[in-house]
Design a binder for this molecule. Structure first.
Ligand SMILES: NC(=O)c1ccc[n+]([C@@H]2O[C@H](COP(=O)([O-])OP(=O)(O)OC[C@H]3O[C@@H](n4cnc5c(N)ncnc54)[C@H](OP(=O)(O)O)[C@@H]3O)[C@@H](O)[C@H]2O)c1
Length: 262
């Protein structure tokens, strides 16, 4: 994994919209939600985005659809825990990064994980451990800059483990706790953490699944994140009503909770 292995994409003409972010790193560069976050930000001409992910061709195609940005792609595998520090060091050596969006994620059906514990390990590495090793590698650089924003994609699944997807829920609960602790540890450094908790998002990750109540879309998540970036919020639920609903989810008696089919 090296930043030398990149693909440059020239962005389309810009319209002069404005943002505070000059250089952005999207981990999980082909993520639908990540792409919608980029589109929703008010990026001024000349902003750079580094799409870090597995499929360079797909990311280059998606990058061509991002107006206002100069786009590059770099290889990034969330499960390559040994490679994260080197990649991050190389990217920061090229210049400051204003916004890091940690969006890599995998949703494998629970039944498949029950039958293949190693696949469950991969899910945990992708949804939790890889975020930890990558973001902790970025933290010293961000502290040294004295500014920056880390956006972490948690989930409503972090609130309470459901039997229908408890390995995914465990990973998201761990990631959510990590992000909250990281936010506190960075307090006063000039670096901020924005924790995003979407509900069911109708898109590539949930393809073929019937939408859950209060389902949302990647575009709605992108818009909510962009608004939170501007407002300085530290947590955003999408849709917003999930924040209130989550209290109810926590309080539901366990015999009832256990009966939930999904
Ligand atoms: N969709 C939902 O309902 C929902 C709800 C709440 C939270 N979230 C979270 O939001 C984030 C973005 O999800 P999304 O809806 O945008 O789904 P998505 O479009 O499937 O994006 C997930 C991205 O993660 C990447 N990824 C998976 N394994 C990876 C690995 N080992 N190394 C590097 N990248 C890897 C995928 O790469 P490839 O393109 O190579 O497959 C994909 O680009 C995830 O963390 C997800 O858990 C999603």
């Amino acid at each position: 994994m090296s930043v030398n292995e990149t693909t440059a994409v020239t962005p389309a003409a810009t319209t002069g919209r404005r943002t505070r972010a000059g250089r952005i790193l999207l981990l999980g560069g082909a993520s639908e939600i990540g792409q919608e976050i980029l589109k929703a930000l008010d990026a001024p001409p000349g902003s750079e985005v580094v799409l870090a992910g597995r499929d360079q061709q797909r990311m280059a195609e998606l990058g061509a659809g991002l107006p206002h940005f100069t786009v590059r792609t770099v290889p990034y595998d969330a499960t390559d825990l040994d490679g994260h520090r080197r990649l991050v060091d190389e990217l920061f050596a090229e210049g400051p990064i204003d916004l890091v969006v940690s969006a890599a994620g995998l949703l494998t059906p629970q039944a498949e994980l029950d039958a293949d514990p190693r696949a469950a390990g991969t899910l945990i590495e992708t949804n939790l451990t890889g975020h930890v090793t990558t973001l902790l590698a970025a933290v010293p650089h961000l502290r040294a800059q004295g500014r920056g924003l880390i956006v972490v994609l948690s989930s409503v699944a972090a609130v309470r483990p459901r039997r229908a997807n408890f390995v995914y829920g465990a990973a998201k609960a761990g990631l959510d706790a990590f992000a909250r602790g990281l936010a506190d540890s960075l307090h006063g450094s000039g670096v901020r953490v924005l924790l995003v908790r979407p509900g069911f998002v109708i898109g590539r990750m949930t393809e073929g699944m019937p939408p859950a109540p209060a389902a949302t879309t990647p575009a709605a998540v992108g818009a909510a994140v962009a608004a939170a970036v501007r407002s300085g919020a530290s947590v955003v639920w999408v849709p917003r009503s999930l924040g209130v609903l989550s209290h109810g989810l926590r309080l539901l008696p366990r015999p009832l909770w256990r009966r939930l089919k999904r």
